[in-house]
Ligand binder design. Structure first.
Ligand SMILES: NC(=O)c1ccc[n+]([C@@H]2O[C@H](COP(=O)([O-])OP(=O)(O)OC[C@H]3O[C@@H](n4cnc5c(N)ncnc54)[C@H](OP(=O)(O)O)[C@@H]3O)[C@@H](O)[C@H]2O)c1
Length: 250
């Protein structure tokens, strides 16, 4: 990475690479930390050497702890990561902060249409559309509050944020909040699909690492920098519109 950055001399490096297998990180912690912590330290060093800005994409999962919370998290709230993945992402944030020209961008629940439109099956929205093809109902957790965010909206905001030249940590998600159940319901409604969305609890859909019960991020620091993102429902509309000409959906 250092050779590459020395040769390219970029104005900024936007680090989207990460170990994102949250549950598998528990059994392969070294590989997870190498990608999410140590690689960021190398990037920060290379950026310091060349003067490049470093944008480190991070996650709402750093706020894993407080199940009773119902107020969006601010950037300076105390993180409480649960599990290897979340802890490694928090350590990656710290590594990025080691170089003054950094922007740590915490986002949440990313989804986007692929090159061929929706339905490649690699994010929650794609998965729901695949399931809806041959199921009359899907069971979706209704007790995890968050803001699923459309990647093109987040990406545009990151570029705007870079242009401000403001260092620090910023929460960058679509506006508003919902649950995965609320998201799936709105997705099917907008897609015109009859599939029922049955609410279940996290306890009925257990995973090795518990997901945050409430990880809505407060976007007011971003707004103070003059940047706002559309409501999460607009994210769904844009995601579906991106697949309008997809051969797979015709
Ligand atoms: N997805 C979400 O809901 C979500 C929510 C909040 C924050 N985030 C953060 O957003 C960022 C992007 O997440 P994502 O969901 O787009 O992840 P993703 O789909 O898993 O993509 C991660 C990318 O990182 C690359 N990568 C992984 N390990 C690497 C390594 N050791 N060396 C080089 N490249 C490596 C992968 O390359 P290959 O494809 O070649 O393996 C892949 O292109 C991450 O920082 C993640 O923590 C994601």
């Amino acid at each position: 990475m250092r050779d590459c950055i020395r040769a390219a001399r970029p104005a900024a490096v936007i680090n989207c690479a990460a170990w994102t297998a949250v549950d598998r990180a528990e059994t392969e912690p070294a590989a997870c930390r190498a990608a999410n912590e140590q690689a960021v330290a190398h990037l920060a060093a290379a950026c310091r050497e060349t003067g490049a800005w470093l944008v480190q994409v991070s996650t709402d999962y750093v706020f894993g702890g407080d199940g009773g919370r119902r107020v969006p998290w601010r950037e300076d709230d105390l993180p409480a990561p649960r599990g290897v993945y979340a802890a490694s992402k928090l350590a990656g944030e710290e590594a990025a902060r080691g170089w003054e020209r950094h922007q740590v961008v915490r986002t949440c629940g990313l989804y986007a249409a692929g090159a061929e439109g929706p339905v490649r099956g690699r994010n929650f929205a794609d998965t729901m559309l695949v399931l809806a093809r041959d199921r009359e109902e899907v069971r979706v957790v209704a007790d995890q509050h968050c803001t699923p965010s459309h990647v093109p909206h987040v990406a545009a905001a990151i570029l705007e944020l870079l242009a401000t030249g403001l260092p620090g940590t910023f929460h960058v998600t679509n506006a508003g909040a919902t649950t995965w159940h609320g998201f799936a319901t709105e997705l099917f409604r907008r897609a015109g699909l009859p599939t029922r969305v049955v609410p279940i609890t996290s306890a009925e859909y257990p995973s090795p690492v518990p997901r945050p019960a409430y990880s809505v991020l407060d976007g007011s620091r971003l707004a103070a920098a003059g940047i706002t993102l559309p409501d999460w429902r607009v994210g769904i509309a844009d995601y579906l519109a991106a697949g309008a000409e997809s051969p797979r959906r015709s």
